[in-house]
Design a protein around this ligand. Sequence first.
Ligand code: FAD
Length: 422
Amino acid sequence: MTIEFETPKPILNQQVMLKTVAENMMRSVSREFDENEHSIPWDYVEFMHTAMKATGGGGLTVNEEPSPQPSPEGRGSRPPIGYQKLAAQIEMLSWGDVGMYLITPGGGLGAAAVAAAGSPEQKEKFLERFNGEKPTYAAMCMTEAGAGSDTSAIRTRAILDEATQEWVINGEKIFVTGGDKSFTEYEKLGKGFIVVWASIDPSAGRSGMRAFVIESGTPGVKINKLEHKMGIRVSDTAAISLVDVRVPYDNVLGSPTVERNTAGFKGAMATFDATRPLVAASGIGVARAALEFLKEKLEENGVKIRYGLPRQKLSNIEREVIDMEIMVKSAWLMVLKAVWMADNKKPNALESSMCKVKAGDVTTKVTQKVVELLGPLGYSREFLAEKWFRDAKITDIYEGTGQINRMVVARHILGYSGKELR
Ligand SMILES: Cc1cc2nc3c(=O)[nH]c(=O)nc-3n(C[C@H](O)[C@H](O)[C@H](O)COP(=O)(O)OP(=O)(O)OC[C@H]3O[C@@H](n4cnc5c(N)ncnc54)[C@H](O)[C@@H]3O)c2cc1C
């Protein structure tokens, strides 16, 4: 077996193209869409939809070309790199603008939940739409007031109406990324959906939790408000109420009956195993953007980093920059390990949480340091450094906070269950 440390060629080629998009369609309007919260950059949305459709479609998902047949000597076969490719795409788009990356058309977390917990029929029914004529979105609604980190506290209820064989869902969800674009009917958008986590049996705790696909336009769903946020302001974050929302029986992901184990919640965990490395990749894109900007400004002022010198011969600023580069690189290597495991169908819950913790820390620290080292330039709205600082923190919040992911890591390493360590 050979160990390959080079970035695979298909990824390098894709990065060249994506960098052009990131520079010309994202960076160039980054400030404008930060100032005009929730306005939609249609040029970017429509361009990305068309471009992704032309290259296989389906939004930002694992898109794997078939590997060539190996020769009898084993040459010619290619290891799977779908997740690795996706992580690299997300890193580059987030380097362009992380808020805009979040509104790249496609299924996002909603589709990831269907992919992780849905049956083959459900995948076919719900996931094909992202390759349609219009840009289309999906979102995942798990968080409630009082039930964020502690998902066992979810109060949204789904009750089966035996007469009609429909699920009737009631509850309130908050902080839903892309909730508006997934549910509100915009002329320029296709019909999306939201995936809502609800309990079918509150006495069963997490075992009673199920995810339900609710198609856009379903009566009883209301977008109550869009959050005004510190960062990622172009991305809509919705509060959604569900009043007597009726969905077909087959829209429940996974088994519709309660087994006394944690089967219900396993779908959510599988979703996060797949998406946490991608959140980490996204954060790393922001950190890299900030760090490159700092280096550019330093060079303009005659400070060039002298790599290769002993540490004691470097100036303080050189040491700071090199330390940040080490942080960003090591976080990226952890992402690569987690996505390599996903690509090779190896369980990666530990590595997913690990890289998310690391990237959350690194992104927050690096962007803060860049603002600090740039002095007033870092604080000024003339440059994007202050925006990257605001955008960075979300890496450490959504899809499991830093503290929660640390706990997941500790459980895996020490062999504790969720009940034993919480
Ligand atoms: C911009 C944005 C977008 C989001 N998008 C989505 C989305 O698309 N879908 C969705 O369902 N949710 C989404 N969320 C919600 C996000 O996942 C939650 O905010 C997050 O899980 C934390 O939950 P919480 O807000 O209830 O905080 P809490 O759980 O109340 O936590 C508050 C603090 O306490 C800490 N804490 C909690 N429990 C423990 C513990 N046992 N040990 C140590 N520390 C602990 C947390 O780490 C955190 O620092 C989004 C949030 C934001 C800000």
